[in-house]
Design a binder for this molecule. Structure first.
Ligand code: ZN
Ligand code: ZN
Length: 213
């Protein structure tokens, strides 16, 4: 397995390419912005793109979908509870005064417990709502592609429209049960591990105030 990433756009969002090198197949996770750089990343991997998987549908995670799909016409996977965010991404971008390419509707619905494949790799979908109602995490091969659930030393915001602090607490408790050596690749900032966050993240080790409700 190979994981490549590019940090894109004004929100410094991490888009990831997960590839099975032997099978030369790949998926793109959260193509948020700067499609030319994402297309380069795909070309450098020398793999065929199979799909776009979304952890959630905030505008900083979906802005490059259409441009990537003009070159690689692959299906987009999204949890249905994030459709309200997905469908209004251009509207929200306009509020920020940002140019935005509203993506076409997603093709496949993700659900908790789904198994997704890329080449011989298998990832389990965990529904981890809170930051966004349809937020998911992709877990497999000792790796969690976690979107905006968990960052190094912090967690995703729960003060946004459609956020839910109580759901976030439950999702953080759930992700805490993953093996400590699990490598977490977040939507923003550097990678970390579950063990490091259990030790040092104030939102996981009990030293933070409860997540805002
Ligand atoms: Zn987000
Ligand atoms: Zn984000």
């Amino acid at each position: 397995m190979r994981i490549a990433s590019e940090t894109v756009g004004p929100f410094q969002e991490n888009a990831y390419l997960v590839a099975d090198d032997a099978a030369r197949r790949a998926v793109l996770i959260d193509p948020g912005d700067e499609p030319a750089r994402l297309l380069d990343m795909i070309a450098r991997a020398g793999a065929e793109l199979d799909a776009i998987w979304l952890t959630h549908a905030h505008l900083d995670h979906v802005g490059a979908i259409n441009a990537v799909r003009r070159v690689h016409p692959v299906p987009v996977y999204l949890h249905p509870l994030d459709r309200p965010l997905y469908d209004r991404a251009a509207e929200v971008a306009a509020m920020y005064g940002l140019p935005f390419d509203q993506p076409d509707p997603p093709d496949r619905e993700l659900a908790d417990g789904d198994t997704l494949s890329v080449g011989a790799l298998r990832f389990r979908v965990m529904h981890v709502p809170g930051h966004a109602p349809g937020h998911v995490l992709f877990h497999g091969h000792g790796v969690a592609l976690g979107g905006d659930l968990l960052f190094r030393g912090s967690v995703g915001r729960t003060d946004l429209p459609f956020s839910d602090g109580n759901a976030m607490e439950a999702s953080l408790a759930r992700v805490s049960t993953l093996p400590e050596e699990t490598q977490v690749y977040p939507g923003h900032g550097p990678p970390t591990t579950i063990g490091a966050e259990l030790a040092e993240n104030p939102f996981l080790n009990g030293t933070a105030m409860p997540v805002r409700r």
